[in-house]
Design a protein around this ligand. Structure first.
Ligand SMILES: C=C(O[C@@H]1C=C(C(=O)O)C=C[C@H]1O)C(=O)O
Length: 449
């Protein structure tokens, strides 16, 4: 595995040989994941998994996204790609997870796997990636590349790991981490005071819960549960960051661009009637519509300069998830300036859905009032291909699992002038549900009608 610090002076880009072929395999993706180092991007059963690691690009600091974009362009340009499938996610891809804050200690990564298995539109494929350096340094006497099963010339001969049987989800007991509940409601009250004082319009404040994962447990069962319980979200795993996000930061596919903005949240009802009522109240709530409008404005303002055309769905709609309702707006357009998906990630991150409005004042308030490092929570997570196309979500409803088994999960809420601290705390509990249940814990609070 090669590790590249993208901020270092440009060295000769590493050569990659990439071959994608169609396969008949129709087995689900999740059981094939490497439980220790899962790489996953999936929605409604379709997507890609990565096995092994050829190289990673690591970046830090305020230029972490543009540095990664530059390093990726150089790598992709030098790659020899034979893609016989031509679907989003085939050919050369890297899985990425990017830190939320400029000053975060967390590393931003693009990980290039050795093998990618993908499924989309009823088709399946396998991609084999290797460095040409590795090919050149094959030991004397080793069989020629094309005779080895799984060599790039014959990726269809790759022996895929057998799907693993379903296992129980590992039990993790979560306790408050940075920003325990009392500190959170205090921070929300202080944010409301500052908003009322005219300092800014909206700030997103998050809190953390922490747990310990048994060293043998692996992450496959937790990911299987996220995928089963939240099929309509982006279920992801990149370098220990796992989650199920409903929010599409940006997708780029052959010159088209799309995004889904979420802001404004309500609990699900206890029965069908109260559930409908919850959704109807959310759709007409002045507080939530105002909070939502700020998030849409920020997404449009940051995407528009890169598009020839950009349309938004006319009214925010209510998006139903198993744990809550969101207000949602879809954006769709065509690219106008040759940007790739990482360029757009750089342009839109952090949106008002996870930072606030105005952005700079909101970020300063987050640093002061939250006071902990969000790591990759609320940062971009997704994948990019050789042409720069890709799919990126905002890393929400997620946890970062470290090599030592420490699990840190995060959830936050947009605070506006009429936010009520206890309601916001309850909303974070709803948002923690996917991840705490994926780790075998009971829901943190009952769904109220
Ligand atoms: C910040 C989070 O979610 C964001 C905040 C929302 C809100 O405040 O209504 C809704 C969706 C997300 O954009 C989170 O899940 O941690």
């Amino acid at each position: 595995m090669t590790r590249t610090d993208a901020a270092a002076p440009a060295a000769t880009p590493i050569g990659l040989r990439v071959r994608t072929v169609p396969v008949d395999d129709t087995a689900p993706l999740v059981p094939r994941l490497d439980p220790r180092h899962p790489l996953l991007w999936m929605r409604r059963g379709e997507g890609i998994i990565g096995l092994g690691e050829v190289l990673r690009i690591e970046t830090h600091g305020p230029d972490r996204i543009s540095d990664a974009a530059r390093a990726w362009r150089a790598l992709a340009r030098a790659a020899d790609v034979d893609d016989r499938v031509g679907l989003p996610g085939s050919g050369l891809v890297a899985f990425g997870a990017i830190a939320f804050a400029d000053e975060s200690a967390a590393t931003s990564v693009l990980v290039v796997p050795e093998v990618v298995v993908g499924r989309r539109d009823g088709r399946a494929w396998v991609t084999r990636i290797e460095t040409t350096d590795a090919a050149a340094s094959a030991a004397p006497g080793a069989p020629p590349q094309h005779d080895r099963p799984g060599a790039p010339d014959q990726p269809d001969l790759i022996e895929l790991p057998a799907p693993a049987p379903k296992r129980d989800v590992p039990r993790v007991r979560f306790t408050p981490g940075a920003m325990p509940p009392e500190a959170y409601t205090d921070a929300v009250a202080e944010a409301v005071r500052r908003i009322d004082g005219g300092r800014f319009q909206k700030v997103v404040l998050a809190r953390e819960i922490v747990g310990e994962l048994h060293e043998d447990a692996g992450l496959r069962a937790a990911l299987a549960k996220l995928a089963d319980d939240y099929p309509d979200t982006w279920v992801f795993a990149v370098d220990g960051l796992i989650g199920a996000s409903p929010e599409t930061l940006v997708r780029v596919d052959h010159g088209t661009v799309s995004a889904r903005v979420l802001a404004g949240t309500a609990p699900r009802g206890r029965d069908a009637a109260s559930d409908r009522d919850r959704a109807a109240r959310l759709a007409t709530s002045t507080k939530d519509l105002a909070e939502h409008a700020l998030a849409v404005e920020s997404a449009v303002a940051t995407l528009e300069p890169h598009t020839a055309r950009l349309d938004t769905s006319p009214e925010p709609f209510t998006l139903q998830l198993p744990n809550l309702w969101h207000l949602a707006t879809d954006l769709k357009g065509t690219l106008g300036d040759g940007s790739n998906s990482l360029d757009l990630v750089r342009a839109v991150h952090p949106t008002a859905a996870v930072a606030g409005t105005p952005r700079d004042l909101a970020l300063a308030a987050i640093a002061e009032l939250e006071g902990f490092d969000r790591g990759r929570y609320s940062g971009p997570v997704g994948w990019v291909d050789a042409a720069g196309d890709g799919e990126w979500a905002i890393a929400l409803r997620c946890a970062q699992v470290s090599a030592d088994g420490a699990v840190r999960a995060y959830a936050g809420c947009g605070i506006v002038h009429d936010s009520v601290p206890d309601d916001e705390l309850a909303e974070t509990d709803m948002k923690f549900r996917p991840i705490v249940e994926a780790f075998g814990a009971p829901p943190p609070s009952p769904v109220i009608g």
